[in-house]
Design a protein around this ligand. Structure first.
Ligand code: URA
Length: 433
């Protein structure tokens, strides 16, 4: 029998733990034999001392072994390609990538999460759609991927249960933003979910867990190594999260924007990221094409309406109404206008994310109700030239008081400067592939 206090002490002192010790700790925690307070202390020791590659792999492996695994590839008779984002503000990428990739003939079955803090979650966005059911049984999940080409559901209770417990604990003990813990959390879910290949979108900047490109590269390389050890192909797109992705932040608003992007009418930065992710997923698929051809096919599926047709079939298959006019609308819509003239130099992702959270688009604590109708639409992004009185953003609020607070918060997210238009690429780097 291990003594958790001993392992915590050894990690605190910078020692390496064996695979067996880490497995005992994590599996003991998942079984309820090791209490939260000891795992919290362990995570904090990891925060200061880190984990080496062997320890990170052992941790990931133990997390996978805490529950059951899914062999989607065997069930579908196809190679399984998945994507995952490390989380950000306005990140509705899966909602657009899924239908486009499926329309290109590659099945997509995704298990997604809910938002925590200022970052949104795909499940919350989907639940903005009246009638949409995120809780399909595994059999129905697989059947729908076969019939429609696409299903997105919540992570089942028995898939990596250790991550579910650990993530909740990390969220309230300031131990989320740690490279080996993020890497093992994400990769354990992808491996247990049966992905043969994974396209990872590693967010970098103010609104992301990784604030600098160097930290993002380290996270990308750690996840790549975990994938390599588990025999999975991984590519990491390092993408900008200094400003919100696209224009919309908030659940129903993001559904509208994702649908617009699927039909070729989305914002430029979001469209670019979606097409890059589709290209990489298609290059990993069993179609036998490269990323360039993948991008061409993704663009064609958007242009000829086949991606929108898959989007509608998918939403209907999960009980939802795909008509955007069926989405909830906030009762108060206010414009945020520029106080002066200049170029938008800063549009702080975290400030906009927190403003949306305070409007009710996200949860402050586990189990909070969210308001799917509220949020922020950023009309002017970094590099835009604006004059006094121009609309910078729209606030969608539940009442006048919430709108007042959000208008001030969103205005504070904008900094205007001198100078002309500068390019702000969404794709900063690619690691692996
Ligand atoms: N997303 C995850 O799934 N886990 C983390 O630890 C961070 C982001």
């Amino acid at each position: 029998m291990i003594r958790p206090a001993e392992l915590i002490e050894r990690k605190r002192n910078g020692e390496e733990l064996s695979a067996g010790e880490l497995a005992d700790l994590i599996l003991g925690y998942a079984r309820g034999e090791v209490p939260d307070y000891q795992l919290a202390a362990f995570c904090m020791a990891v925060y200061f001392r880190g984990l080496n590659a062997a320890e990170t792999y052992a941790l990931t492996d133990a997390m996978i072994r805490s529950g059951r695994t899914l062999d989607l590839g065997a069930a579908l008779g196809r190679k399984v390609v998945d994507k995952h984002s490390t989380g950000g503000v306005g990140d509705k990428t899966s909602l657009a990538v899924g239908p486009i990739v499926a329309a290109c003939g590659v099945p997509v079955g995704k298990m997604s999460g809910r938002g925590l803090g200022h970052t949104g979650g795909t499940l919350d966005k989907l639940e903005a759609i009246p009638g949409f059911d995120v809780n399909l049984s595994t059999d129905r999940f697989i059947e729908q991927i076969r019939d429609v080409g696409l299903a997105i559901i919540g992570q089942s209770e028995d898939l990596v249960p250790a991550d579910k417990q650990l993530y909740g604990l990390r969220d309230v003990t300031a131990t989320v933003d740690i490279v080996p813990l993020i890497a093992s959390s994400i990769m354990s879910k992808k491996i247990a979910g049966g992905a043969d290949s994974v396209v990872l979108d590693v967010k970098v900047g103010d609104g992301a867990f990784m604030k600098t490109i160097d930290d993002a590269r380290l996270l990308a390389e750690t996840m790549l190594e975990l994938g390599r050890r588990a025999g999975r192909e991984v590519v990491c797109l390092l993408t900008d999260m200094d400003q919100p992705l696209g224009a919309a932040v908030g659940n129903a608003l993001e559904i509208v924007e994702a649908r617009d992007t699927v039909r070729g009418a989305g914002p430029a930065d979001f469209t670019q990221l979606v097409l890059d992710a589709c290209a990489r997923m298609l290059a990993f698929s069993d179609l036998g094409i490269d990323a360039e051809e993948g991008r061409r096919r993704a663009e064609a599926a958007v242009a000829d309406g086949s991606a929108l047709a898959v989007y509608e079939r998918w939403i209907e298959a999960q009980g939802g109404d795909p008509d955007p006019t069926a989405l909830p609308r906030a009762p108060v819509i206010r414009e945020v206008t520029a106080r002066g003239s200049g170029t938008v130099g800063v549009l702080g992702a975290i400030r906009v994310g927190v403003a949306a959270l305070h409007l009710g688009a996200g949860r402050r604590g586990k189990g909070d109700e969210i308001d799917h109708s509220v949020g922020v639409v950023c009309r002017a992004k970094r590099g835009a030239q604006v004059r006094a009185g121009d609309v910078l953003a729209e606030v969608h609020a539940g009442d006048e008081a919430a709108a007042d607070e959000a208008v001030a918060a969103v205005l504070a997210a904008y900094e205007l400067g001198e100078g002309g238009h500068r390019e702000h690429p969404i794709l900063l780097d690619v690691v692996g592939g």
